[in-house]
Design a protein around this ligand. Sequence first.
Ligand SMILES: [Fe+2]
Ligand SMILES: [Fe+2]
Length: 205
Amino acid sequence: MGKQTADRMDEIDEALRKILPRKRYRHSQGVRFTSAALAMAHGADIAKAELAGLLHDCAKSMTDKELYRTCRKNNIALSESEERNPALIHAKAGAFFSRERYKIDDEEVISAIRYHTTGRAGMTDLEKIVFTADYIEPMRFKSVHLPEIRKTAFSDLDECVYMILDDTLNYLANSTKDIDKTTAEAYNFYKEIHDRKNSHSEDVS
Ligand SMILES: [Fe+2]
Ligand SMILES: [Fe+2]
């Protein structure tokens, strides 16, 4: 990583430390470093992974009202499920602020921030890395499958994304929250890869 990038990352880190509640800031640090480690394991751009990880929740401390207002003011279109579930909006708003406030112009980084909550079908490696890091960073503890998911994250990213989506959909099925269309599409996409891999391994045995 060049000095300029490192300096820029320090500046953003400082800014986030001021605006995010301590717990959220720590989580952002966790996602930053976990993203870097995953980028190393999978040969992705480490600096981009760190930057996207650091910024992914930059809009998370905003109230629902502020999030709606930001989107309306800046012509950010919301999907039906985002209209119903404001918790999803921070990803889109985060991508917007990363561009406007933190001057990120790298589309890969912006997109990894944009899809970190819902995922999507056919994610780029960077998107998969930030999506995964958000779920497995050291401060996370809620999923019972975390040990297995964490291990898989470093060997098979597609399988890991499938495990996370499977976990998430199971969780949502047991709650009152509805499932975002993009997440459902992502699940089908990665389940297909998972099923294909399993049918191959049955062939050879
Ligand atoms: Fe988030
Ligand atoms: Fe997060």
